[in-house]
Design a protein around this ligand. Structure first.
Ligand code: FPP
Length: 262
């Protein structure tokens, strides 16, 4: 069942619109059910302000919070966000440590928001391999929000699409080997059901900030038919209005899924 929205709260949240976009520009009956974001540009944002890169990540948390709230107000079913890739371990140790610390402290701080907004948390990726403190906080977040029935927030942490697909292949192969799955039953639906996103619809809209035109090993399988919205805005400058611009662009697309126009 789609997530319910409160029309009064929605209108209030999107009051004071800038000149070029407003709530009236989007069709609330045709919103994407799953929006995914590649939150890019924190480092460049900080450098441009003459700050350390870490300050960009701290500023990026506020953008994520605003995006979560905006999606809840709109009644979006699923918001997913790429927070840390399997390749991000290659960053300087100090930056990796800061990110792990920020993930843990932010999650603790935001739990009341998740309760208040009925947000259910999920993680995409291998969270077993995270530092103990971060993992413990994530597990607490999962159990504390497991019964929530509103929007699902899926955070991709220690996530890489190729690793995810290899993991799915291993899971399927071991089921075939032990005789609980037949080779003939291995189809696209079977693969989907062995991904971290097994219980989620595919993203309909992918937003990438900071103007980069690549997927960076993110949801390679799930994004097969998603619409892409690339903005030059750096992630710490992303806000509810940029989200509306992305949804407006999405609604202007002609989605054919490989077929022809109806
Ligand atoms: C990409 O910017 C951003 C990240 C690798 C980290 C994203 C994390 C956050 C926004 C914090 C989210 C917090 C929680 C709790 C999930 P970049 O560093 O690659 O920027 P650059 O390309 O300009 O260097």
């Amino acid at each position: 069942m789609p997530v319910q929205r409160d029309e009064q709260e929605l209108t209030t949240y999107f009051a004071d619109a800038p000149e070029d976009v407003s709530l009236a520009d989007v069709d609330l009956e045709r919103l994407p059910s799953h929006i995914s974001v590649i939150m890019d540009g924190n480092g460049r944002w900080a450098t441009r302000q003459g700050m350390e890169r870490g300050q960009g990540h701290i500023a990026g948390i506020a953008s994520l919070r605003e995006t979560i709230t905006a999606c809840v107000r709109l009644g979006i079913d699923v918001l997913s966000a790429y927070a840390f890739s399997t390749e991000n371990w290659k960053r300087p140790q100090q930056e990796v440590d800061l990110l792990m610390h920020l993930f843990a402290t932010t999650l603790v701080k935001e739990l009341p928001l998740f309760h208040q907004e009925n947000v259910r948390l999920e993680f995409l990726g291998d969270i077993e391999a995270l530092p103990q403190k971060t993992r413990e906080v994530f597990e607490e977040g999962l159990s504390e929000t497991a019964d929530h029935t509103g929007m699902t927030l899926a955070l991709a942490v220690n996530y890489g699409a190729r690793a995810e697909l290899a993991r799915a292949a291993r899971l399927i192969a071991s089921k075939v080997k032990e005789g609980t799955l037949s080779v003939d039953d291995v189809d696209a639906a079977c693969v989907s059901s062995h991904l971290y996103t097994a219980d989620l619809p595919d993203p309909e809209l992918l937003i990438r900030t900071s103007g980069e035109l690549r997927l960076s090993n993110y949801l390679l399988w799930q994004l097969a038919y998603s619409e892409f919205y690339i903005t030059d805005t750096l992630w710490p400058d992303f806000d509810r209005w940029e989200l509306l611009r992305a949804i407006r662009a999405f609604q202007g697309r002609d989605r054919r899924f490989g077929g022809v126009k109806a």
